[in-house]
Design a protein around this ligand. Sequence first.
Ligand SMILES: Nc1ncnc2c1ncn2[C@@H]1O[C@H](COP(=O)(O)OP(=O)(O)OP(=O)(O)O)[C@@H](O)[C@H]1O
Length: 320
Amino acid sequence: MKKALLLYNPMAGNRQIVSQLDYITERIQGLGYSLQLYRSEAPGAIEKYIKQNVTTDIDLIIISGGDGTINEGINGLFAKELNIPMGIFPLGTANDFATTANIPNTLKEALDVIAANNLRYVDVGKVNDRYFVNVCNMGIFSGVSHVVDLNLKKSFGKLAYYAKGMEELKNYETMNIEIVSKDLTLKGRYVFILIFNGKGAGGFNKIAKQASITDGYLDLVAIKDVEPYEIPALFLKMLQGEYSDDRNVDYIRISKAIIKCRNLDKKFVTDVDGEPGPSFPLEIEVVSNKLRLFLPKKSNIKKTLKLSAYLSSFISYFPF
Ligand SMILES: Nc1ncnc2c1ncn2[C@@H]1O[C@H](COP(=O)(O)OP(=O)(O)OP(=O)(O)O)[C@@H](O)[C@H]1O
């Protein structure tokens, strides 16, 4: 019998997974797998569990939770060079990556996606030695998700991120940045920089509405040092993804870049999928041939897999 492993964060989102384990077992067994469970006991536990226990004898890995939990899952798997097919139960608060991937956030439909067996390679980002599924960012709002209380998220959902974000507008510092990518160099003073794999952050899923998880690129959006009174209007535009003609926003697509911060006296916070990220300088790149994900069949994500992903997919299909 094939083996499935469900790793779940019982504290993510509104915590519904806890009462659904029998239903999940029935569905997964119905697909011909025996099901093994791992309940995350604390932040970081899923990543550690995978590193210590998961081997190639697992045929299907399912991660249940939000972006933070999926992040732990991929960092655990990739540290061991495992590319086990992955399914997602998007049962977190914002579920930005799953939203981009069009994976529904009801358990029944998320299970239907796994049952449909449409396995595709999708992009992830890498910053220094950490992988990310959705976004890596730095500057004014980067600490927001690190300090939003779990209970507040449970009660107010995505609004909790918004309220905390507004608080940050009172005191922020400008970063003196240099971004060097293959095609160009950007230098300037920025208040906030986001590097997207997915389309949104904090539940606002249009910020990088042009982004795709199968195009082999990351989308970098950098907000310049604007006058404080301009920020609220600019952020409304950002949330709607309507900033292409705004002189205060730089937007580039990258496959690889180095980001240096020249204010050496200040330590700016960085964020990777909602968790604290590494310090500057940041080496960012897209990784297109590591994550094999179950996606909905009628997905409208662009079918522009890079050649490398095609080749890897072809090779893994025919185990020579
Ligand atoms: N048993 C646990 N108790 C408390 N926190 C946990 C536990 N297991 C994992 N975590 C942490 O919970 C945090 C939040 O998880 P996650 O990001 O998946 O959910 P979310 O914040 O509700 O959703 P989203 O990121 O999509 O808004 C992560 O940092 C994860 O490491």
